[in-house]
Design a protein around this ligand. Structure first.
Ligand SMILES: Nc1ncnc2c1ncn2[C@@H]1O[C@H](COP(=O)(O)OP(=O)(O)OP(=O)(O)O)[C@@H](O)[C@H]1O
Length: 371
């Protein structure tokens, strides 16, 4: 049975408000890491602000999990320092072990102990408390995630979404000042993911713990993160809010991570940026300077009468609310792609006028790296 199906009748109890942690700043200072001779992370300077949610975003292999493991103390960085509220956790000659950092870690596969009840799973990390106090704390952590009536059950009796909540309860039970989450929603069906993500966000806000969340999904990072740090090949490419990274990406890689793009050549002329689709913006560069222009798919409009250039539709695909078009335009080698609201372009239409929406144009003034 799929995990999503199992959750259609969740036997959840009412959720109580989450207890409060004392949030801390976590600072990575010029962190580098090597596995053997292979450089995995290089020059990472990054702060997870107290009480905020920082998303580590990047493609597979960019070093997100390694950075999280360094924060947890499971991995020791090759160079640089890690500070918790200004106190050195790891650096040259200093290494505070994971259990003394006040940092909670939630693994991608939840890592619940199959032979233990949910209550025992959640109580596992509360070794500093008496047995009775640990049971009480574990009970209230399960209550926070709406599973107080399931404490005597075992992990295999739960759906994926419920297991995720137990893992969250276990990570939060010791009231960590920083909670580290590695791809916390990756095992969930996409509809369920939205619900669990919203619940998790609310619980994180209530606990006020600082959270660092690893994801490779830009939309998830925008939904969750107060701040996003985008990594590529072990280096920080850009840090900022989701809106900052979406609207003002530093390079094509960042732009392409947040939106599907058409990339076309352009040239400066008379203070304007000229493309085969017409002028797309202004520039102070000298005439003849080559530029690169990225157009978001939804900003490439196909119509019958607007001002623009002529194009020919070579394919179209119905995707429900929108249609995806491929269109060729004279002067541009690669076919362009457009996302239009379904039904706007008549079914028998082949020749169209192609125009662009200025807010979906990003102009790069130099060679700005691949996608
Ligand atoms: N213990 C290890 N020994 C050697 N190389 C490792 C080790 N752990 C990770 N790596 C390598 O480090 C690089 C970064 O891995 P990491 O898991 O941090 O990336 P990631 O961005 O989290 O990727 P993913 O999204 O696929 O989980 C990869 O090239 C990986 O193969």
């Amino acid at each position: 049975m799929s995990r999503a199906k199992k959750l259609t009748q969740p036997a959840t109890a009412a959720r109580t408000s989450a207890g409060v942690s004392f949030a801390a700043n976590l600072t990575f200072e010029n962190v580098c890491h090597h596995f053997g001779s292979k450089e995995i992370l290089c020059g990472i300077d990054l702060v997870a602000e107290a009480g905020g949610i920082l998303c580590l975003l990047g493609p597979s292999g960019s070093g997100k999990t390694t950075l999280l493991r360094i924060a947890a103390g499971i991995e020791r960085q090759s160079e640089g320092r890690l500070l918790l509220n200004g106190r050195e956790m790891a650096g040259p000659g200093v290494f505070v072990p994971p259990e003394l950092r006040g940092v909670g870690l939630m693994f991608q596969d939840y890592a619940l102990f199959p032979h233990m009840t949910l209550l025992k799973n959640v109580a596992f990390g509360l070794s500093g408390l008496s047995q009775a106090a640990a049971r009480r704390a574990a009970g209230s952590a399960l209550e926070r995630v709406g599973l107080s009536n399931r404490g005597d059950q075992y992990p295999h009796m739960l759906s994926g979404g419920e297991q995720q909540r137990v893992a969250l309860a276990r990570a939060l039970a010791p009231r960590p000042s920083v909670l580290l989450m590695d791809e916390p929603f990756s095992g969930l069906d996409s509809r369920l993911k939205d619900v669990i993500r919203t619940d998790t966000l609310q619980i994180l806000r209530e606990t006020r713990a600082t959270a660092i969340v690893v994801t490779h999904d830009a939309e998830e990072a925008m939904r969750m993160g107060d701040k996003i740090a985008l990594l590529r090949g072990g280096r920080l490419v850009q840090t900022g809010t989701g809106a900052e990274l979406y609207r003002n990406p530093v390079d094509l890689f960042t732009a392409g991570f947040f939106s599907e793009l058409n990339v076309i050549p352009a040239e400066a002329s008379g203070g304007r940026v000229i493309t085969a689709l017409g002028p797309v913006g202004e520039t102070a560069l000298c005439d003849g300077t080559k530029l690169t222009v990225a157009l978001r798919l939804m900003g490439l409009r196909l119509g019958e009468s607007e001002a623009g250039v002529l194009g020919r539709i070579v394919s179209r695909r119905f995707l429900g609310g929108v249609e995806l078009f491929t269109v060729v335009v004279e002067g541009i080698d690669e076919p362009l792609r457009s996302r239009m609201r379904a039904g706007v372009v008549p079914d028998d239409c082949r020749d169209v006028v192609v125009s662009i929406d200025a807010q979906d144009v990003i102009i790069f003034e130099k060679d700005v790296g691949g996608r």
